[in-house]
Design a protein around this ligand. Structure first.
Ligand code: CA
Length: 229
């Protein structure tokens, strides 16, 4: 299910390692984005709203620690696991002091990385939030995939539910229409921003007390949508 696949951003300049991580992390059920240099990684971390970043420190263009510092300076709270060939304690301490959540020294085993990723996602609360959410009269049960209003079951389409669940599982974060299309409909779907807007409109009719004044699926002008409990 699209809404249950966390997105991992891999920022790493070693092409072979990136390829290996992409294949293995996808096989583990993650959605994977990758960048080969610091600036691109910085930008993708800001624009694509990944759930977690795996960040190499020695990168062309912009050092990994500078990328991390810039994300934090701009208020990006995503969990970051630092990859480093620099096995010295100083670098590790520096990485954690800059706001890294964990680090792994190269070479590492993929199983070790996926275990650390899952642990960091759990600590960040992803997939551990409440599975039943009450929105005024509307109750959403994420596990049973049911939505009811004042006790009466509402019929949501699969995509309406996926979109709602994706946002509920990531409260308070803004997602662009493009990002929502990828997350809910998949990379290959030939949709447009309008597709997302249309689904949001029909979703609001079903879950908002007043669809004209939405309080839960909120439009963020010029950016996209955000869920508020
Ligand atoms: Ca490197």
């Amino acid at each position: 299910m699209a809404s249950e696949r966390p997105t991992i951003l891999v920022v790493e300049d070693d092409a072979t390692l990136v390829l290996g991580l992409e294949i293995n992390l996808r096989a583990e059920g993650f959605r994977v984005l990758s960048a080969r240099d610091g600036q691109t990684g910085l930008r993708m971390g800001l624009e694509q709203n990944p759930d977690l970043a795996v960040l190499d420190l020695g990168l062309p263009g912009m050092d990994g620690l500078d990328v991390l510092a810039e994300w934090r300076r701009r208020g990006r709270e995503l969990p970051v696991i630092v990859l480093t060939a620099r096995a010295t304690l100083d670098d590790k301490v520096l990485g954690l002091g800059q706001g890294a959540d964990d680090y792994l020294t190269k070479p590492f085993r993929i199983k070790e990385l996926t275990a650390r990723i899952r642990a960091a996602l759990r600590r960040a609360g992803l997939g551990r939030g409440p599975r039943r959410v009450q929105l005024g009269e509307v109750e959403v049960d994420l596990d049973a995939r049911r939505v009811s209003r004042a006790g009466a079951e509402m019929a949501l389409t699969a995509k309406e539910f996926d979109l709602l669940a994706f946002l509920i599982e990531r409260p308070g974060r803004v997602f662009s229409r493009e990002r929502l299309l990828e997350a809910v409909w998949g990379m290959d779907y030939d949709g447009t921003d309008r597709t997302v807007d249309n689904f949001v409109r029909s979703l609001r009719v079903k879950v908002e007390a007043d669809p004209a004044e939405p309080r839960h699926v909120v439009t963020v002008r010029g950016a996209g949508y955000r869920f508020e409990a």
